[in-house]
Ligand binder design. Structure first.
Ligand code: PGA
Length: 225
């Protein structure tokens, strides 16, 4: 394990630390390529980022980790809608540089922009990163996947009923993510601590997709209760 695993005092602190690293990255880069997550955990980070009006996003390109299939992009829970609501509508980003996965060409698009520089990840209770569910190949690139039952049940809290949760999604692959030059993974809560232990202190196995991150050269994991 080459990375750093750090427990921080609160959700607020975790959000501020990861946002600070994103801000530094944006401030330092000529053309920065960010990989961005959705879900409950990054909401605090997005609040920090959208409230900093000094940030210049004009040179930044973003690639979201995943997107549901089977719901309209205008649906409040589509990841496109989530990203506009929580970040893009509030900042001066060039919309031509904002990307959501919608096909296997996604990896070439990332390469065209110079590759992912800095990627923020959450982690699923089943060890997924993006929507790379248990059993995903470590060599995987962007593809259409079936969501795991655990993911559907975890994400049903954002929908009126579990039947409304999409069953499929486009996701960056594990190789796509591992090619990012720097990675931050953020997680909150007891059940996430269990999976972090398994992923980062256990065997590197496709049964726990996040475990591949043990091999990443520039990884920081932040965790809070
Ligand atoms: P969460 O999702 O932040 O909503 O817990 C994380 C994930 O599934 O990657």
């Amino acid at each position: 394990m080459k990375g750093i695993i750090r427990k921080v005092g609160s959700y607020d602190e975790m959000s501020k630390i990861v946002a600070l690293h994103v801000k530094r990255f944006i401030g330092n880069s000529q053309i920065g390529v960010l990989g961005l997550p959705t879900g409950g955990t990054p909401l605090g980070m997005y609040k920090e980022l959208r409230e900093d009006t000094r940030l210049n996003w004009s040179k930044v390109a973003t690639f979201n980790l995943d997107e549901y299939v089977g719901i309209d992009e205008k649906h409040p829970e589509s990841y496109k809608n989530y990203m506009y609501r929580n970040l893009f509508s509030h900042i001066d980003i060039d919309e031509n540089k904002v990307h959501f996965p919608d096909g296997e060409h996604y990896d070439s698009r990332i390469t065209y922009f110079g590759g992912l520089d800095f990627t923020v990840l959450g982690i699923g209770n089943n060890g997924h990163i993006a929507f790379n569910e248990p059993g995903s190949s470590f060599e995987s690139t962007t593809r259409l996947v079936d969501l795991d039952e655990r993911t559907i049940s975890d994400n049903s809290r954002f929908f009126n009923s579990i039947d409304e949760v999409p069953k499929q999604a486009w996701t960056m692959g594990l190789k796509t993510i591992m090619d990012s030059k720097e990675i931050f993974l953020i997680a909150q809560g007891k059940s996430k601590w269990e999976i972090i232990r398994e992923a980062f202190y256990g065997e590197i196995t496709e049964k726990v997709p996040a475990s591949i991150l043990q091999k990443h050269k520039n990884l920081t994991v932040l965790y809070c209760d």
